[in-house]
Write a protein that binds this ligand. Structure first.
Ligand code: ADP
Length: 159
């Protein structure tokens, strides 16, 4: 049975931190689905299609990584995709506490799905989509924090 992992997130925008986690997880899984959570109530900076397009650019040469979006519960999406693993990245103790609660609730709802956590490399610890968005909104150069394949000037955000 193929080992399929879902890497869910807002990815607003996708950063070098996210990229690092996905690339390292390629050693652990046969396929990884980077799944953008589409929450109609949440105001995002980059539109859903833009976020997906950015991620597709990053992994365009890697056939084991696909990009999708979903609505509703992450565990329901995993089941639909036959994914038994939920991939998440950890930067800090705060991330750990947040992720612990989500993973334990997910486990209670879907005991056959395992959450797998990879600790970020030290240089990616401070990389955070909220801060990157603030730099972009303020007209700064955030290119060093996003994968090389993402040319930020090609994309427009929404205020
Ligand atoms: P969410 O809306 O679920 O917080 P994010 O796009 O912010 O979505 O993050 C998706 C996942 O990537 C989360 O597990 C988050 O902890 C992880 N992540 C975010 N930034 C980094 C980083 N710099 N290094 C490692 N993991 C990260």
């Amino acid at each position: 049975m193929k080992k399929i992992a879902v890497f869910p997130g807002s990815f607003d925008p996708f950063t070098i931190g996210h990229e690092g986690i996905v690339l390292r997880a390629l050693d652990l899984f046969d396929e990884i689905i980077v799944a953008v959570g589409a929450n109609a109530l949440k105001k995002n900076y980059y539109p859903l299609e833009t976020r997906k397009e950015m991620i597709r650019q990053v992994f365009r040469d890697e056939r084991r990584i696909s990009v999708d979006h979903y609505e509703g519960l992450t565990v329901d999406y995993c089941k639909k995709m036959n994914a038994r693993y939920l991939l998440r990245g950890l930067r800090t103790a705060a991330d750990f506490e947040f992720e612990r609660a989500i993973a334990q609730i997910n486990k209670a709802m879907a005991h056959d799905i395992e959450s797998v956590f990879l600790l970020t490399v030290p240089e990616h610890s401070p990389v955070n989509s909220t801060i990157i968005r603030d730099i972009i909104r303020s007209g700064g150069d955030a290119s060093m924090f996003v994968p090389e394949a993402i040319k930020l000037s090609d994309y427009r955000g929404e205020e």
